[in-house]
Design a protein around this ligand. Sequence first.
Ligand code: PEP
Length: 253
Amino acid sequence: MKKIIAANWKMNKDRAQARATAEELAAGLSAGRASGRSVMVFPPFLAIAEVSKVLGGCADTVVGAQNFYPAESGAYTGEISLAMLADAGANWVLVGHSERRHVLHESDSLLAQKTQYALSRQFGVVFCIGETLEEREAGKLTDVLTRQISQGLSGVLDLSKSLLQEKLIIAYEPVWAIGTGKVAGEKEVLEAHALVKDVLAKQACDLSSLPVLYGGSVKPANAQALLALANVDGLLVGGASLEAKSFLNIINA
Ligand code: PEP
């Protein structure tokens, strides 16, 4: 399976900046430097159309959205629907990112609803999980990851396994490593990814073949070592994906 390298631009870049980064990225990707990798880019909403126009011609590259609301349309002030995102060129979404869980207070049940909703409508989902430092220090790693996976995926287990294998990716992102410069150590990544695979295997339809990405202060300098670890099927990158050169170096690590 190709390693998956995903970029989360968060609330950064206006349309011109996003287009410039996407163009640089497209030039690097079409120079063939990314062969052997699948690439995903999650720009802010207003830049999705620009970025998908630019990256549309690149092989093995998809554009997604960082959020959506699980309803067709209607009185949901400030929200955005999957149909609007599809119209702009996105066909993947992030669900459960730690900033949505902890800053925007999205609950496990809302995340389960969003995951089920998106997968049932031909969108792919990168479902993010991860423990806070307090939870890790309190010895709750297993409980937290088990709860986040079991509750988050509870509504999707009746979908076909082939659809889940094609459209569902898990991203393990320890909250204490996101945007802090503190990458999780080899031992912690190995332990958490083995645990995630184990919890996935115990779901009603054995989901242990789903890709599991690592995220949290990934940089060009540590990407290769992280990708070499057992059960690390790719990387979700925030800060170091904002510059095309740096993200291309991670893709090619
Ligand atoms: C993220 O936003 O998912 C992330 C991992 O951020 P960073 O790479 O900046 O830690």
